[in-house]
Design a protein around this ligand. Structure first.
Ligand code: ZN
Length: 375
């Protein structure tokens, strides 16, 4: 009797153990399947966090069909994930923005297309896009933002400048990006990076104490007055150019090179006394706003003719200066863009690569800067 009861108990335990074992087995299997799926998604390029959420939201096959997609990854990592926008996430081009998904959701709600949203995201920082998302849908999105270097934060100024000038969109974007829509000398950018690519104009200022690093004395052979100085790289380039011109029978000479902040201030005062304020305002750069302070600019003359623009040397410079890294900085017909009247004599060293590009594509340094250097 006792033995039978013991047996009965034993078989009951075995039953329980069997059930527990099965449950444990199932849990283990599910766990391994889960790990395997996470691993598969991770291999596809999704983060661990995104991969888990993809599984919990039952979107694995959707994601596997699409493959690696950074915006989708960000969406599945984000608390702002909205299932209704899933297809859009997959199509919108990723940007590394903190509020990427939140902003995409808002822009979708404002009825921007996926392409338009990609365009918006590509033209501003996270803050710019967050600000932009607050405003009503804009009218001229593609007109301005199909231009690579257009900036989201400048949109209203583009529209205003375009209305005011009637210029085409590219000119408008370049001009506004460089603050040409503002009054001259008002709230200028104070320059902090000084190399041969520096852009100085009536909206971009050098500080009072800025002196170029590699300032060297120019041999008197090349200058109309003694003791001129300029940046070494520009002086070396000028000497090569001088020799090439000489070989072809042309005589170029430097009439002005590096000028300190103080020198420029003196020049302004001199002209002011002679011709008055409005002359200075129009024709002379104020101290801190002259390229001569960079050490990369030269006023060039002809040894054969007084008026440079009428000399053979000017013709030679037009065809050859770029080969030595120089550009005519204030060409005729571009006064609106450069902010200066045409100055046939004023040349600026920017290096051979940029000078050649500008020569081949006929543009001002403002335009080149806005297109390629203004990051
Ligand atoms: Zn000059």
């Amino acid at each position: 009797m006792v033995q039978k009861r013991k047996l009965k108990l034993k078989s009951k335990y075995i039953e329980i153990l069997k059930v527990l074992g099965t449950i444990f087995g199932i849990v283990l299997a599910v766990f391994f399947i889960y790990l395997y799926n996470v691993h598969q998604l991770e291999n596809l390029g999704y983060s661990k966090e995104a991969s888990k959420n993809i599984l919990f939201k039952f979107k694995k096959s959707y994601v596997m069909d699409i493959g690696e997609n950074k915006t989708l990854n960000a969406a599945f990592e984000s608390l702002d994930y909205d299932e209704n926008n899933l297809d859009s996430y997959a199509k919108i081009k990723y940007q590394n923005h903190k509020h990427l998904i939140k902003n995409i959701n808002v822009l979708i709600k404002k009825k921007y297309s996926n392409n338009n949203i990609s365009m918006i995201l590509a033209h501003g920082s996270d803050i710019d896009v967050s600000e932009f998302a607050k405003r009503d849908k804009i009218r001229y999105l593609e007109e301005f933002f199909s231009i690579d270097y257009a900036k989201l934060k400048n949109y209203d100024r583009y529209v205003a400048y375009s209305d005011e000038t009637g210029e085409d969109e590219e000119v408008v974007v370049i001009a506004v990006n460089l603050d040409m829509d503002k009054e001259n000398y008002k709230d200028p950018v104070v320059i902090s990076k000084f190399d041969e690519k520096v852009l100085v104009n009536k909206h971009r200022q050098l500080s009072k104490d800025y002196v170029p690093k590699e300032l060297v004395k120019i041999s008197n052979n090349y200058t109309s007055e003694k003791n001129m100085k300029a940046s070494k790289v520009a002086v070396d380039a000028f000497i090569s150019m001088y020799k090439a011109a000489e070989k072809e029978g042309y005589g170029i000479i430097i009439n002005s090179a590096y000028r300190s902040y103080k020198d420029q201030e003196d020049i302004c005062n001199q002209y002011k006394n002679l011709y008055g304020d409005s002359y200075v305002e129009r024709y002379v750069a104020k101290a801190g706003f002259s390229e001569h302070q960079t050490g990369y600019a030269f006023d060039i003359g002809s040894t054969k003719k007084n008026v440079f623009a009428e000399s053979g040397e000017y013709g030679w410079m037009k065809d050859n200066a770029y080969k030595y890294g120089f550009i005519q900085r204030f060409p005729k017909g571009y006064e609106e863009m450069t902010g200066f009247r045409a100055e046939p004599w004023h040349y600026r060293y920017v290096g051979k690569k940029i000078a050649k590009y500008m020569h081949d594509n006929k543009m001002t340094y403002e335009e080149y800067y806005a297109r390629f250097l203004d990051k």
